[in-house]
Ligand binder design. Structure first.
Ligand code: SF4
Length: 64
């Protein structure tokens, strides 16, 4: 599985990291610092949870 964060869309409210800190990390201003990265299938639920929490729809979780 892979996670992709559209950093241009991120508004820095930190909601993804609040619900799934094991997947999403923020910079000092609260913006998601990730680009695209691989995760295990076991981490998928947490990744989807963080993506669902993002009001900007900046996070995509997909199978590759
Ligand atoms: S929830 Fe969305 S807008 Fe907020 S920090 Fe995470 S990626 Fe950015």
């Amino acid at each position: 599985m892979r996670v992709k964060v559209n950093r241009d869309a991120c508004q820095g409210n930190g909601r993804c990291a609040a619900v799934s800190p094991e997947i999403f990390q923020l910079d000092e201003l609260g913006y998601n610092i990730a680009g695209e990265f691989a995760i295990t299938e076991e981490a998928g639920e947490a990744a989807f949870r963080g993506a669902a929490e993002c009001p900007e729809r900046a996070i995509t979780v997909f199978f590759s």
